[in-house]
Write a protein that binds this ligand. Structure first.
Ligand code: ADP
Ligand code: MG
Length: 666
């Protein structure tokens, strides 16, 4: 039974409409918070301007006149008086109000002033006077057939039926911050008495969200740390060092530190859940491979999951090369792996004949059994949902997790987003890397762009060209097909040109990529499919068309495709118009600063991608805006976690229930 229908005015139809807004019961309804508020305040009518909004109350004078207009339209005109003056009101298509608009009645009009006709065109009529103090009115997201007003009315009715809720927050906290109790907070967020109580209501609800979220994180941490099924190994750091000494380059200090953190985690009795973050090109992949090597030495299998097939291929080839002198057995599994090969791989994973499997989402879509999976690595972690990571299960033991991300986030944000993770950061790039030089160019300066490209081609370097769309081009968007034509016209005589995009068959895609790696192609035109991870050190330039259509972090990621060796590399951003944020990329090469800039200018949605409120429970609270409050909540969650979990008086039962709801990795 849908208890919504016990509210007056809600029948099956309305209940369905409410369902569209994800309101399925009275509790959802009460927690369907307004997205903004209007302040209803009497207008000063002494100097009204044409078109300005008017809120005014008065007394109806005489009876309205109905005027019949074209096409069945009806207009009603009448007058109201207040202490100061008499006003003309007109209202369209609401003749049903005629009977109510009796002379002498108190009413409020909300509408717009039409100076030419000296009348207020009403959009709303209320049969009451305005309150003396300005009134704050909640505005809700609505849907067709269901207005914000309707929703407000339903919520108001729901409060009549509603039982008092018990506070979930510890009393100590309520007293410490002098918080509203939950019932007042819920009521006041919908029907605020005044600004102050609205503020307090929001504060209370936000705090509760943050506190519960951080408490859950603490709880998960405890659970993970106490996980009896965690694997502990005894990998010898000497053996790892020996392997490292054979690498073609010297690891940076940050890489070494990260590698040591990981080996320590793998050797400890605690389960590893570590985020390896580092800007594009900082050298995360080799660290992941070292981790898989350590895991292999201890006799366990590693699964490495990456977001694209191109990247899976590339990692696979790199791993083959890196481990060519080792006994480690490596396989590749993607959606284009043949059925026969797949089955062979499944068998070998189950029998333990594969030590490292590299693949795309296929790794989790299929029902794969491992003999002894010990480590799961996800590259470009932010592209996977938390739940996907969690599908790697191993009955006997729980595998350790290493996630890699190039989206740099401050430590404290990492705490809130990734919650229970430890973090290793690679902040410095390998020595010898030259800063990528970025130029912003307007479309009309294409001649300059072609010249810059020619210079690189003359040096024997390769170039990426990025277009926002595959084949439909318009005034706003260049396409891969069209750019391929253009590039062929410009450079077809002196070099080879190829293209890749997401709609292509994956065999063709990987053939083209291999050709590019082997320098059989000099200019590669593509959509953003190459955004993540691809590594061709001889590519020294990336030209991005319609750069204005991409987020800064995406552009920075794309730019990271070049500058991967020791040759000077360039990024050219092209847009029709000058844009300050694109100029920002000319000045700045630091992924951290860029994501901060994006964060400030675009909000957290972009940065946090998958972390929707469903996962975090953060609806009103926002880790950016409510940062200070979050730190407080963190302190409190740390303080209360033990008290809550050890409580036997029943005081914290509701909190405990919330915590138990977490299904985490078992
Ligand atoms: P990302 O962190 O973006 O995943 P990669 O792991 O792809 O970066 O590394 C980029 C390139 O840098 C690769 O060609 C890799 O072999 C190389 N590389 C990694 N570490 C070092 C190092 N310490 N010195 C020199 N080159 C390195
Ligand atoms: Mg990478």
């Amino acid at each position: 039974m849908n208890d919504l229908e016990s509210i007056q005015g809600i029948g099956p139809k309305t209940a369905e409409l409410l369902g569209k807004l994800h309101i399925h019961n009275q509790n959802d309804l009460i927690r369907f918070y307004p997205y903004r508020y209007d302040i209803l305040k009497r207008s000063d009518i002494t100097n009204l301007e044409d078109g300005s909004k008017v809120v005014i109350d008065g007394v109806v004078e005489g009876s309205p006149t109905i005027i019949y207009l074209n096409r069945g339209l009806k207009k009603m005109i009448f007058r109201i008086s207040n202490k100061k003056t008499i006003l003309n009101i007109s209202i369209y298509n609401q003749v049903y109000l005629y009977d109510e608009l009796k002379s002498g009645k108190d009413i409020t009009i909300i509408g717009k002033y039409d100076k030419v006709k000296n009348t207020i065109v009403a959009s709303e009529v209320r049969f009451e006077k305005l309150p003396i103090e300005p009134k704050i009115e909640a505005v809700y997201h609505s849907t067709s057939g269901l207005s914000s007003k309707n929703i407000s009315k339903f919520i108001s009715s729901a409060f009549l039926n509603k039982e008092e809720e018990k506070d979930i927050l510890p009393i100590g906290i309520m007293e410490k911050y002098n918080l509203f109790n939950i019932n007042d907070a819920l009521y006041e967020i919908h029907f605020p008495r005044d600004i102050l109580s609205l503020k307090k209501a929001r504060q209370r609800l936000k705090y509760e969200e943050l506190f519960m979220y951080l408490l859950k994180i603490n709880y998960m941490k405890l659970k993970i740390n106490n996980d009896k099924k965690a694997i502990s190994r005894s990998i010898s750091q000497d053996k790892i060092n020996e392997f490292i000494s054979k690498l073609p380059f010297k690891l940076t200090i940050d890489q070494l530190k990260a590698e040591e953190d990981i080996i320590k985690d793998l050797n400890s009795t605690k389960r590893m859940n570590r985020l390896l973050q580092g800007d594009v090109g900082s050298g995360k992949t080799v660290i992941a491979f070292i981790a898989s090597y350590g895991n292999f030495l201890a006799g366990y299998q590693t699964a490495m999951m990456v977001p694209t097939e191109i990247l899976a291929n590339q990692h696979y080839l790199n791993a083959k090369e890196l481990f060519k002198d080792e006994k480690m057995k490596i396989e590749l599994l993607t959606s284009s792996t043949s059925k026969k090969k797949k089955e062979e791989i499944y068998e070998k994973l189950e029998s333990g004949e594969i030590d490292l499997i590299i693949g795309t989402q296929s790794l989790i879509q299929e029902q794969i059994k491992y003999k002894n999976l010990g480590l799961v690595i996800t590259d470009e972690q932010h592209r996977f949902g938390v739940n996907q990571r969690d599908t790697f299960k191993n009955k006997e033991e729980t595998p350790d997790i290493l996630s890699m991300s190039a989206t740099p986030i401050p430590r404290t944000y990492a705490l809130t987003i990734y919650g229970d993770m430890d973090v290793s950061s690679i902040k410095t790039k390998p020595v010898g890397r030259k800063e990528i030089i970025t130029y912003f160019k307007k479309e009309k300066d294409m001649y300059d762009v072609l010249n810059l490209m020619k210079e690189e081609l003359d040096k024997g370097h390769q170039i990426y060209v990025i277009a926002p769309s595959i084949d439909e081009d318009s005034d706003e968007k260049e396409s891969v097909t069209d750019l391929e034509e253009k590039m062929k016209k410009a450079f077809g005589k002196i070099c080879k040109i190829g293209s890749v995009h997401g709609k292509m068959d994956s065999k063709d895609k990987s053939n083209i990529m291999t050709d590019f790696e082997k320098k059989k192609i000099d200019i590669l035109i593509s959509t953003t499919v190459i955004e993540v991870g691809v590594n061709v050190p001889n590519a020294s330039m990336i030209v991005i068309f319609n750069a204005n259509l991409f987020g800064l972090s995406t552009l920075h990621q794309l730019r990271g495709r070049v500058g991967r060796g020791d040759i000077q590399s360039y990024c050219i951003l092209i847009a029709k118009e000058y844009q300050e944020r694109l100029k920002m990329l000319e000045r700045c090469n630091d992924g951290f600063e860029i994501s901060e800039y994006d964060f400030q200018n675009r909000g957290e949605g972009d940065l946090f991608g998958i972390r929707q409120s469903g996962e975090t429970g953060l609806v009103l609270a926002n880790v950016n805006r409510d940062f200070k409050m979050m730190l407080k909540a963190k302190e409190d969650a740390d303080y209360y976690i033990d008290e809550i979990l050890n409580d036997e008086t029943g005081l914290y039962d509701s909190v405990k229930q919330e915590l138990m709801k977490i299904e985490y990795l078992d």
